[in-house]
Design a protein around this ligand. Structure first.
Ligand SMILES: Cc1cc2nc3c(=O)[nH]c(=O)nc-3n(C[C@H](O)[C@H](O)[C@H](O)COP(=O)(O)OP(=O)(O)OC[C@H]3O[C@@H](n4cnc5c(N)ncnc54)[C@H](O)[C@@H]3O)c2cc1C
Length: 826
């Protein structure tokens, strides 16, 4: 039972002119942010809602609360909701409608069954109670279900459902009880800025000065953010559920039913059957802007669009076809290009936070996401590794309407579709291409997409179509990629790495400023390069980059394509604004061709007059060399663990240099190699992947990167004090390298690591090591009674849990391949 919130005005509060934080939007997410700000003791906080609370998307959410989401961190945020609902009821006396009858996640295909079992293993890491049940048991639990094609299911007793309107009201009420204010019928028309930071908001009722805004305006967020040049790529889509006439056999204790192979979920809605859909080929809505007067919107029914999915649902739930439909509900929800929501502070405007784009899991995730953003505002940093939902992952082009429109047709269905390893999106492709793209395509490249870039992931030999055939086992490209891998180990491979982010840092103070940002020492001679982490004040790794010193006052920072916006933002935040330093994104200026492998020297030497010998061109140096009729900046560095060079070329020279290399390539055993081979090669060397193996939560000491830290360099560096403290206290959480003893099974990530039966960590990234002939994973291991050492690892029985099966493994702190780095210095 809900006692509605008295809006702040109704209790005589005047409209404010000042607040510390203005939260814009009164859906589940805005209310959650507001509540969690007050939980952190911030009282001077105001929520503004253009109409009434919940009048956007929240009111019509189906109310499903599931704890297991696509990834570990998103599951962490979602699993907080159920604790929150109970706490809210206690605090406010308001009901939240939370009913915990569990959920059944049904598998009707072998792939799904494997996915469920793999996720069940991940659930163990989160402490999610989960039981695998067979077809008969499913039939007992849901007697109305036709179980004939069901292979099994996961029963998650802690899942449930709640009333989105009641929860939102309770959050707002708890927040106002703690001192926050809520004003309805107050539209924010713009955000004010001063000196690159937020300074207030304009509303139809006057301005409010503030230090922070949090844009929680759901499907309106892209447009509102756009007015402040903040990029929030999302697009609304029509989203459907149907509610039947009453059905006697529906009992109140039925678990929520998720049937992803039929793109359908079902639950008891007060004695009626609610059936909802995540159909492929969704319908984007309101491309040119959400109508001004939209409020408690329902869109027209579309039986034709939904017919195939209704028929499938009827096959599974025959009763669905036997009773009348009382409600065909069609409501809009916002979707993002990668099906993950958007949190964090905008890279372009200090104090401008976003929590939007919830891809139809905003109700279940809103509690945890709201708490995360509130912590982020108060502490100035994310409370945990939230890179997968971080606003800085997006590129400016991703706000393009046509791009979003097309992608949205795909993303809605992806929530329930198979989450295959290496799965690639199929819509809005071909946006960013290297100059070599067509040549690589002619060689059989199968492309994957990262941040809009088309990148060759693997090469199909003649007669084979470059197309993925997905599975959890060895996919169709496995043998071809293995050959690419072997060519790089034994002869030479060519990678197109044009998607690298390239950031030029130049000016009189460049060395001083960059050396403060880098934990390594970049005050080296021009012509040297340094692999270094960037640390935050807590000693966590904000990025790991290669810094090329090109001249006394000029450095090129090389990072991954996906991290470019984030790293630019980090430099903007950390470089002294008074310093004489200019930071420029040069990504689009240069192509990168990497020539890697023991025969790379011979191959390049045949095309250049430059001396490539170890003496003249040692590891970790960068020089300009002639190549064909052109010049390239060659950097002797590697991510594959072999002798090799990255060649940086102004874009217009790319095809000429590529053709020149390929022309002589056969004589040296040159093979084109893709990003999948890059991954299998790097994992054998235990090279960390930022975003998986190292993040802002992990320090270089924990990540096994202590060797990159220049502890005593002049001027110190950001994060040094935290790191020193950690060094003194001892490292109880440490990245380890784990290899499965059995050469057959494959790991991907999030598999639990057990030592003597107990879970001590999880795999953060994994790939197959074709040279050592086993699956290799990296993952953090925690020891309670002392530091994690090689001896301690060796003394225990290590097992990796893959799809609920415990597989014997070996753990070490060393790379399985060439741990002494002899090959890269050859
Ligand atoms: C049919 C359907 C079923 C769903 N079922 C589920 C489910 O079972 N489980 C689940 O987890 N999720 C579900 N969802 C998704 C869930 O409803 C959303 O993810 C969630 O409600 C998003 O909340 P929000 O606060 O981000 O956005 P909203 O609820 O849309 O809130 C945004 C608010 O901002 C306000 N606003 C906009 N512009 C301004 C402005 N300029 N000034 C002031 N205020 C402004 C709007 O009026 C609105 O009230 C479902 C969605 C649909 C459509």
């Amino acid at each position: 039972m809900t006692n509605p919130l008295p809006p702040s005005e109704a209790v005589g509060e005047p409209f404010p002119t000042q607040a510390r934080v203005v939260v814009i939007g009164g859906g589940i997410v805005g209310a959650s942010v507001l509540y969690h700000l007050t939980e952190r003791g911030w009282k001077d906080v105001v929520l503004l809602e253009r109409k009434t609370l919940t009048s956007g998307t929240t009111w019509h959410a189906a109310g499903l609360v599931g704890q297991l989401r696509a990834t570990y961190n998103m599951s962490l945020l979602a699993s907080y909701s159920k604790d929150l609902f109970r706490e809210l009821e206690r605090k406010t006396g308001n009901g939240t409608g939370f009913e915990q009858h569990g959920s059944l996640l049904i598998a009707s295909t072998p792939g799904r069954w494997e996915e469920i079992r793999r996720n069940a293993s991940m659930g163990q890491l989160l402490g999610v109670d989960l039981e695998l049940v067979d077809r008969d048991r499913v039939g007992e639990m849901w007697p109305l279900l036709d179980t004939s094609d069901i292979l099994g299911a996961a029963f998650i007793p802690g899942d449930g459902m709640a009333n989105p309107t009641d929860v939102t009201q309770a959050l707002a009420k708890a927040a106002t009880m703690a001192g926050a204010s809520v004003f309805e019928q107050t539209k924010v028309t713009g955000v004010l800025r001063r000196d690159g930071r937020v300074s207030g908001v304009s509303t139809e009722r006057g301005d409010i000065a503030c230090e922070y805004v949090v844009n929680c305006t759901g499907m309106w967020a892209r447009e509102l953010a756009g007015r402040s040049d903040v990029i929030v790529p999302l697009h609304a889509a029509e989203h459907f559920y149907l509610v039947t006439e009453p059905i006697d056999a529906l009992t109140p204790d039925l678990p929520v039913l998720r049937m992803p192979d039929d793109a359908t979920y079902a639950r008891n809605e007060a004695g009626k059957l609610m059936v909802g859909f995540f159909e492929p080929g969704a319908k984007p809505w309101a491309t040119h802007g959400i109508p001004e007067d939209a409020e408690f919107l329902t869109l027209p029914a579309d039986w034709d669009h939904l017919e195939p999915w209704i028929l499938r649902a009827t096959k599974k739930l025959p009763v669905f076809g036997q009773v009348g439909i009382q409600l065909f509900f069609n409501g809009p929800e916002s979707f993002t290009p990668d099906d993950r929501y958007i949190l964090g502070e905008a890279p372009t405007l200090g104090g401008y936070f976003v929590a939007a784009g919830f891809n139809s899991v905003g109700f279940a995730s809103g509690g945890g996401a709201g708490r995360a953003v509130a912590d982020w505002v108060v502490d100035g940093h994310a409370p945990m590794d939230l890179w997968e939902v971080d606003i800085r992952r997006f590129m400016p082009f991703q706000r393009n309407r046509r791009y979003l429109y097309e992608r949205t047709t795909e993303t809605l269905g992806l929530l329930y579709d198979m989450h295959w390893p290496f799965r690639q999106v199929t819509t809005s492709r071909g946006v960013r291409k290297s100059p070599l793209h067509d040549r690589l395509a002619a060689r059989g490249a199968c492309f994957g997409e990262v941040s809009g870039w088309e990148r060759a992931n693997w090469y199909a030999p003649a007669g084979v179509e470059p197309r993925y055939e997905y599975s959890y086992g060895r996919q169709n490209w496995f043998p071809y990629s293995a050959e690419e891998h072997r060519a790089v180990r034994e002869a030479v491979g060519l990678f197109d790495q044009t998607s690298f982010g390239k950031i030029l840092v130049q000016g009189r103070d460049a060395e001083r400023e960059l050396n403060r940002v880098c934990a390594g020492d970049v005050a080296v001679e021009p012509g040297r390069l340094v692999y270094t982490p960037w640390l935050n004040e807590r000693g966590g790794i904000e990025s790991d980059v290669t810094v090329n010193r090109l001249a006394d006052d000029r450095f090129l920072v090389v990072t991954t394509g996906a991290c470019t916006m984030r790293d630019l933002d980090w430099l903007r935040r950390t470089i002294d604004p008074e310093a004489r330093v200019a930071v420029t994104d040069m990504t689009s200026a240069e192509t990168v061709i990497s020539i890697m492998g023991p025969r790379s020297r011979e191959l390049l030497a045949s095309l250049t007059d430059a001396d490539l010998s170890n003496e003249a061109f040692p590891f970790a140096t960068v020089r300009e060399i002639d190549l064909g009729f052109a010049f390239a900046r060659a950097a002797r560095v590697t991510y594959v663990g072999e002798l090799g060079w990255e060649l940086y070329l102004p874009m217009e020279f790319a095809t000429h240099v590529y053709d020149t290399i390929v022309e002589v390539g056969d004589a040296f055993g040159l093979r084109h190699a893709g990003y999948h081979a890059l991954d299998t090669l790097r994992i054998e060397k235990a090279y960390r992947h930022w975003g998986h193996d190292i993040s802002e939560e992990d320090s270089p000491l924990q990540g096994g990167l202590g060797f990159t830290v220049a502890w005593d360099k002049a001027g110190g560096f950001l994060g040094r004090e935290a790191l020193l403290r950690q060094r003194d206290e001892g490292i109880r959480r440490r990245l380890a390298v784990v290899t499965l003893d059995d050469p057959e099974p494959l790991m991907y990530h999030n598999e639990p690591i057990r030592r003597d039966g107990r879970i001590v960590g999880r795999i953060t990234s994994a790939a197959y090591g074709h040279t050592i002939g086993r699956s290799i994973g990296l993952g953090y291991v925690t020891r309670e009674d002392g530091p994690v050492t090689a001896d301690w690892l060796a003394a225990g029985r290590i097992e990796i849990e893959v799809a609920l099966e415990r597989l014997p493994a070996t753990a070490s702190l060393q790379a399985p391949y060439d741990p002494k780095n002899l090959r890269i210095r050859a």
